[in-house]
Write a new protein. Structure first.
Length: 410
């Protein structure tokens, strides 16, 4: 029988001091270094821990970690795009229950997006299939045909291109859905909703596990535009149990769930800008567009990836914006952040550069350079009532598109 883990409850971006076993410190350093900053204190065995950039549940050798969102449930639902009313009773604040509420929120959002794609018609593409036939269709698999030569007469081992829904664009959400359905404590109504959503993807294979290579197989083109919100949500979700020391724990497999808040915030800003009715005709909001700096010395080109690039109908750059999931200091942005935004503006030829930070109210600072480039530093509201959050969206949208047209009317 597996001994129950001790639960450590922490809040994202808020430092705490905890006494931890050596095995768990080793797990944190090896497997979760991007998730938690670890600084030894002057007391033996005690460490100052600061969770950063993720919320959810993960496991080390002796401990189960609950990382709660600093912005609260309203702000988290806001970033996730869950504009529906809270379920009956609302999200509980009890430490033992909120991980299940987190899984329920994510599962509900995934089910809604999967329903939308299935209703509109699943994307199809060509996928290779290994078959055996009396006649030649497609191309012969020479390796298998050679190995089987003489065993089966007049049978051909073939590789055929099949036009099917069993492609990466559908396999990834189905895989994430199956992982979420294993979560302990998932609300019964949402579990049923997600199960029915998966049933709308017949014949789609569940992948053994999701890796960066799984997403690397995706080929983006105009046909896939409607799929991108679904795929971007899948990128946020990590259900892996953690290090090998915790991977044999059945509870770890059924409770592990992490969400990347930095990516979630970037997706939120992209969504509200690209879906806004204020978007000028012909303009586009392009997430992470590659900006290539050509090498004149033959040492290889450099590729930059700004978070957002606003372009007009003619393809001209009207603004380049970088999204930061961290607190903006009262003195202004860190020099490295400003250098990054101004570097993107120089590389794209934009006269407008911007930095967007989360905050409890909307605020704007602007800076001008002698070269004519203006830097806007924005605090975007992610906490408060629904009315206040909607007002923050409206002000951010007006700012981005007004600055792209010329002098800002702030």
């Amino acid at each position: 029988m597996t001994r129950p883990h001790r639960i450590i409850v922490v809040t994202e971006r808020r430092p705490v001091i905890r006494r931890l076993p050596w095995a768990d410190i080793d797990d944190l350093l090896r497997s979760f270094r991007p998730l938690v900053d670890i600084v030894p204190t002057f007391t033996r065995g005690e460490y100052r821990l600061t969770p950063r950039g993720h919320v959810g549940v993960f496991h080390t050798t002796n401990l189960t970690w609950h990382v709660r969102p600093k912005i609260g449930w309203t702000g988290f639902r806001f970033l996730l795009g869950e504009d529906i009313p809270a379920r009956a009773g609302g999200p509980t604040q009890r430490e033992a229950d909120w991980p299940a509420e987190l899984a329920t929120l994510v599962a509900h959002r995934l089910a809604v997006l999967m329903y939308e794609r299935a209703t509109a018609g699943l994307l199809r593409g060509y996928a290779e299939r290994e078959t055996v036939s009396d006649t030649v269709r497609g191309r012969i698999d020479l390796g298998r045909q050679t190995r089987e030569a003489g065993r089966i007469v007049h049978r051909f081992h073939l590789i055929e291109d099949e036009f099917t829904t069993d492609i990466a664009w559908n396999q990834i959400p189905v895989t994430v859905a199956h992982d979420l359905l294993q979560r302990i404590g998932l609300a019964p109504d949402v579990r049923l909703l997600l199960t029915r959503a998966v049933d709308l993807y017949p014949g789609v294979t569940r992948l053994s596990r999701l890796t960066p290579e799984s997403f690397g197989r995706l080929v983006y083109d105009p046909r896939t535009t409607a799929y991108r919100p679904l795929i971007e949500l899948c990128r946020l979700v990590d259900t892996s149990p953690g290090p090998a020391s915790a991977s044999d724990n059945e509870v770890a497999h059924k409770t592990s769930l992490l969400l990347n808040l930095e990516q979630l915030f970037q997706q939120h800003v992209t969504r509200i800008l690209s879906q806004s009715t204020r978007l000028p005709a012909g303009w586009t909001v392009n997430p992470t567009p590659p900006v290539v700096l050509r090498s004149s010395s033959g040492t290889g080109d450099l590729e930059l990836l700004p978070d957002l690039l606003v372009a007009d109908a003619a393809g001209g750059t009207r603004g380049v914006w970088d999204v930061k999931w961290k607190r903006l200091a009262e003195t202004g942005p860190e020099p490295a952040d400003a250098h990054q935004a101004l570097g993107y503006a120089a590389a794209t030829g934009s006269r407008v550069a911007g930095l967007i930070y989360p905050g409890r109210r909307f605020a704007v600072r602007s800076y001008s350079a002698d070269g004519g480039v203006r830097l806007f530093v924005v605090t975007h509201r992610v906490a408060g009532t629904a009315v206040r959050l909607d007002q923050g969206i409206d002000r951010l949208v007006r700012l981005v598109f007004t600055t792209g047209n010329g002098p800002a009317a702030l």
